[in-house]
Design a protein. Structure first.
Ligand SMILES: Nc1ncnc2c1ncn2[C@@H]1O[C@H](COP(=O)(O)OP(=O)(O)O)[C@@H](O)[C@H]1O
Ligand SMILES: [Mg+2]
Lengths: 225, 79, 745, 79
């Protein structure tokens, strides 16, 4: 499948995403942010990194890149869009996903492997995964503190838009297992329609045993199926 | 013209940075600080010379880019 | 030539030139310089650019070998790794700027070393950082730690180059002068190496990257001057880093390097446009003409002096092939970067500078580069050295061994550095096979099985007590670290951090350390392909501990066979590769150890290093790891065998205990913590016992079985038994003791 | 009392954020923005009730923590 990986100035996981897509037998197509054609891709992935240096707010400047208008139209037509880390931040800033990713509660960048619990099965990212499944995935970010008002959060809960929550190895939620202070431990969400998804952990970094984690494969495979 | 924009977190939104600053201040011996809120301060130099139009323009910039109105509010001064 | 008011002696002094050096300037020009020319001489002849105090000594280092493609002298060294690929690497200091403004100082240090590597045509794949701070209790220490780590992470994370390891140590000698040494390695094709050379008269000179501002003017001379109370005034010389622009610059340069439009390229590091233009012309044996009005500037009314001496970051100078300017412009415009045609290569052998239609400077290249002053400065050992080298470990107050172990684990130099490396993205680019936490990092080279082992280190206290022996230890330890992940060292880079070379004691330290590096590199057959010298690291006349830091790059042909540093499986055999104590009956060596530092002043001698033994131990370890015979390998360094065993229990994600027996000579609270070299703690499946013993014997390395992995405690028979939860708490808590204090916003 | 602190980069110090924001504003069609500088805005609620003492105290906080005086300057208002 032809998958567009958008390259913003400052993206730095574009290359890793393309590598993972190839590993899974797909055809990544790097889309330069100044382009206005999606070149017939069937999926769009906004990779991690520091688009525009994350200046002002993470993702704030990237959402105005020329290609984002096309990405928006693609999503409006129901096209599947995945944002990973900085990509998630961009989708939130663009209003394509609910919420804001604020500065980590620790105020520090954090790079480590965490556990997340699948909250909603059968989403674009979790096909074939039962709710409650615990996955081990890498995170690396300074702004992953998912923030939204209570009403908004309640609405997400009701409509099953919360895809992942940070948890411990056993799947229990706790302050210690929440690496960034995210409200209700939210690690990933989907849009109302379900075709736009975003998460802070990096599934593309968890596709090879040699690198110490493989749970990302299931998520990417789901997105690509 | 010079426009000044103050972007602050909406009341009720948690401000971990403000909290950290407060506790740092306390451990430096500044004990009388009851609350700290951190925001952004943006200075823009504009070609526009009409204060009204300048303000309107900067407010549009705030809505579109300078503030994330989900959690932030802003205030504009022009001079 | 534009003339101004004559140069007075105060101006000369402010430019860091001695009266003798100034006469040489006049002789080189055949006249008095103007201010711009004086500024250019001053930075080119600064210690930082000219290596005037160290150059003679450095000639003795072994710099060649069958894999070496580019040795010292270029922006980075290049070593072949097979399959048509090579690695470019270098380490550089940013000590002074980091002390003044830790976040930006450290950030721009990372930015600078990255440019040194990608200017060679290499894509940076990993960085290391070697840090020294003052005493943990010094009021400035937490502020510096916090800022430096934020700066390194902020830059490396944003640009997307993983920081995979490093070293952090504390000693009060660094109270007034911290060390920030940054290392980067990149991968390139061996037939696509770019050099910093200006050649081909008529070829265009292009300026690319960020605009030039007034920042950092005279940073290079600052880096070569001692700190004193006037340091405050030098503050505006701090530069702010912009990793976003550097990321664009990196991608644009690598894109341009796909073509053959580039004749030469060099980053504008210390001394900015001056050093890049002069050095490129020097290496290419050419001249350069620059039109300074064309340099993109950030500020109004910048003078030629400011433009030439600015140290604004994220800029490069390119000599392109004639007629290819448009290609260069197209690519840099695509990446939204400045690009300007600023001059051309000439055959005059001179740097000719024009501004506002006037010739504002004209300097011969030769005297600026090869003709820079070279000093053979007087040197002698400190008069009290012999006295300080006397030390009887028995004078240290006796404490229970378990108590000593817990106290040592908590010392910030030994404690877990997790607080540091969690703030670094160490996984981006999908190379992290062995991640931070162990002895060395192992990074997969894209597109194959080959891996790079990386480690940086130096024991500054050993170097203070005996700089030659200390430097030998530094090389041995980083190479030993590589051995624990199965990597064979293929090249080294160094960063020589010392005090004021005008003092004979310091100059002696430098000489001895360079000799020591040479000894060890020759014995271990590993060349030094790049490096950096940072002198004048002193405050108010008090020098830092001499720190000839080294970073080693090693090769692993199949990174699937790498081992971790920690115990993993109950029932595994615990063994020591190497001898537990050099002298099984005599007193253990404790000079320069953490055990000594815990109890009193720095005295004695570092433990002797037998390089033949070291080599045997390393080769045996590499063979064991590569054959997949061992489950873990961890070298003994700070805190000795006692600390190494405890670390093996607590370093992993799952802690596990061990029961061992040791032939402890004398007082266990001393012997367990002596920092003798050439020792690696192994664990392996008992079924592999025979094979492991055979490999060790084949390489002539001693192997001693110590016991077994398992349980909830570390037990050393007859000596101590401590719950691993206690060891863990001490080891994980030690660093937090330092940084749990107010943070600046 | 309420104290407001404005922290800005000193003139001449590179402001990468300001630069990026300016070019984004331009690409959004806000072409009349000549310069953008980004700073911090801090609100502190103080127990102190004397304006003079409050200002002096906040200035000390700025020197020690709120501003990085190597590259930033600050301005304090109390009310
Ligand atoms: N400044 C640093 N940056 C990143 N990683 C670091 C730093 N300092 C130490 N580390 C990592 O912490 C681990 C332990 O470091 P150290 O105690 O110096 O190891 P060793 O005992 O082998 O010399 C290593 O993996 C090292 O790379
Ligand atoms: Mg080690």
């Amino acid at each position: 499948m032809k998958v567009g990986v958008v390259v913003f100035p400052g993206s730095n996981c574009d290359h890793d995403a393309a590598h993972a897509l190839e590993l899974l037998g797909h055809e990544p197509l790097l889309l330069w942010h100044k382009e206005t054609s999606l070149q017939g891709v069937e999926r769009i992935l906004l990779p991690g990194g520091f688009s525009y240096g994350d200046y002002l707010r993470a993702g704030a400047l990237a959402r105005f890149s020329p290609i984002m208008a096309e990405v928006g139209r693609f999503a409006d037509r129901g096209g599947p869009v995945l944002g990973i880390c900085n990509g998630f931040q961009i989708l939130c800033e663009a209003g394509m996903l609910p919420g804001v990713l604020a500065r980590n509660a620790s105020l520090r960048f954090v790079c480590k492997h965490v556990h997340v619990r699948v909250e909603a099965g059968e989403s674009l990212l979790t096909r074939g995964l039962r709710p409650g499944t615990v996955l081990r995935l890498p995170i690396a970010h300074a702004d992953g503190n998912y923030t939204l008002d209570d009403a908004g959060l309640d609405a997400l809960e009701r409509s099953g838009q919360i895809l992942f929550r940070y948890c411990d190895e056993e799947g229990q939620l706790s302050a210690g297992a929440n690496p960034n202070g995210a409200m209700r431990a939210i690690a990933g969400v989907r849009s109302e329609r379900g075709n736009v998804v975003g998460l802070m952990p990096h599934p593309e970094r968890a596709c090879e045993g040699l690198l110490g984690a493989t749970d990302g494969r299931a998520l990417l495979e789901s997105f690509l199926s | 013209m010079l426009a000044k924009v103050y972007v602050t977190l909406k009341p009720g939104v948690l401000d971990p940075q403000g909290k950290a600053v407060r506790s740092s201040l306390a451990s430096l011996g500044f004990l009388g600080v009851e609350d700290v809120r951190l925001g952004k301060y943006v200075e823009l130099r504009l070609a526009e010379t009409d204060p009204g139009r300048a303000r309107a323009e900067v407010e549009r910039m705030c809505e579109r880019l300078l503030a994330n109105t989900v959690i932030e509010s802003y205030r504009v001064e022009v001079s | 030539m534009k003339r101004e008011q004559p140069i007075d002696s105060a101006t000369i002094a402010r430019h860091g030139l001695t009266p003798e050096e100034y006469s040489r300037v006049e002789a080189a020009l055949g006249r008095a310089p103007n201010l711009l020319e004086l500024g250019i001489f001053s930075v080119m002849w600064s210690e930082h650019c000219s290596y005037k105090s160290s150059r003679k000594l450095l000639r003795g280092l072994p710099t060649s070998g069958p894999r070496v493609l580019v040795g010292p002298g270029e922006n980075a060294g290049v070593v072949e790794i097979g399959d048509g690929l090579a690695v470019a690497f270098k380490m550089e200091s940013h000590n002074h700027p980091s002390y003044i403004e830790p976040t930006q100082g450290a950030a721009t240090g990372v930015g600078g070393i990255l440019r040194d590597v990608f200017t060679m045509g290499a894509r940076p794949v990993a960085s290391l950082d070697l840090l020294r701070f003052g005493d943990p209790s010094h009021p400035k220490t937490p502020f510096l730690v916090e800022g430096v780590v934020a700066g390194i992470g902020g830059y490396g994370n944003a640009i997307g180059v993983p920081t995979v390891g490093g070293e952090v140590a504390f000693d009060h000698a660094f109270d007034g002068n911290c060390l920030v040494n940054a290392f980067t390695v990149g991968v390139l094709r061996k037939d696509k190496i770019f050099l910093g050379r200006a050649a081909g008269p008529g070829n265009p000179v292009l300026y690319v990257g960020a605009r030039t501002g007034r920042d950092g003017i005279h940073g290079a001379t600052m880096a070569s001057a001692e700190f004193d109370e006037t340091t405050e005034e030098k503050r505006p010389t701090v530069q702010v880093g912009d990793p976003f622009t550097e990321k664009l610059l990196l991608e644009a340069c690598l894109e341009l390097m796909q073509s053959d439009a580039i004749v030469g390229i060099q980053d504008m590091g210390a001394a900015g446009l001056t050093s890049s233009s002069v050095e490129m012309a020097g290496r290419g044996g050419a001249g350069l003409r620059l039109d300074l009005d064309r340099v993109p500037v950030r500020e109004e009314r910048m003078t030629p002096y400011e433009i030439m001496l600015s140290e604004s970051q994220e800029r490069m100078l390119i000599v392109a092939a004639k007629g290819r300017e448009a290609e260069v412009e197209r690519i840099f415009r695509k990446w939204d970067l400045e690009v300007a045609l600023v001059g051309e290569v000439t055959s005059t052998g001179k740097l000719e500078l024009f501004f506002g239609g006037e010739r504002v400077g004209e300097l011969p290249i030769g005297p600026l580069t090869d003709g820079a002053p070279l000093y053979d400065r007087p040197r002698h050992a400190p008069s009290d050295l012999a006295e300080r080298q006397r030390f009887d470990p028995a004078t240290l107050p006796e404490i229970p061994a378990a108590e000593a172990l817990l106290a040592l684990l908590r010392r910030p130099t030994i404690a877990s550095k997790e607080w540091v490396y969690r703030q670094y993205d160490h996984e981006v680019r999908l190379g992290g096979v062995v991640r931070p936490g162990g002895d060395a990092a192992l990074v997969r080279v894209e597109g194959g099985k080959v891996g790079l082992g990386l480690s940086a280190g130096c024991n500054s206290r050993f170097c203070e007590l005996d700089p030659r022996e200390g430097a030998r230890h530094a090389v041995a330890e980083v190479c030993r670290n590589l051995a624990t992940v199965g990597a064979e060292p293929i090249g080294l880079t160094d960063c020589l951090n010392f005090g004021n070379p005008e003092r004979p004691e310091i100059m002696w330290q430098l000489e001895q350390a360079v000799l020591g590096l040479g000894d060890a590199c020759r014995a271990l057959e590993v060349p030094i392909v790049s490096g950096n010298v940072s002198l004048y690291n002193e405050t108010d006349g008090r020098a830092i501990l001499p720190t000839p830091a080294v970073a080693a790059v090693g090769l692993v042909s199949d990174c699937a066979t790498g081992a971790h540093s920690w115990f993993a499986s109950a029932g595994d055999v615990v063994a020591l590769l190497g001898e537990p104590w050099r002298s099984p009956s005599g007193p253990p060596e404790l000079g320069g150890s953490e055990r000594q530092a815990m109890a009193g002043p720095l005295r004695g001698k570092p433990p002797p290093l037998d390089l033949a033994r070291e080599r045997a131990v390393q080769r045996a370890c590499v063979a064991l790891v590569r054959a997949g015979l061992v489950r873990s390998a961890h070298d003994c360094s700070e805190g000795g065998l006692g600390v190494a065993l405890a670390e093996c229990c607590v370093m992993g994600e799952r802690r596990i205990g061990a029961r061992v027996a040791l032939p402890v000579p004398g007082r266990p609270d001393l012997a367990l913590f002596s920092e003798e070299p050439s020792r690696i703690v192994l664990s392996f499946d008992p079924a592999r016992r025979g094979e492991v013993a055979r490999v060790a014997a084949d390489h002539g390395a001693p192997l001693l079985e110590l016991g077994e992995v398992g349980g909830e405690r570390l037990e050393i028979a007859g000596v101590l038994a401590v719950e691993i939860s206690k060891l863990d708490a001490a080891w994980r808590g030690g660093f937090l003791d330092v940084v749990a204090r107010p943070t600046a916003i």
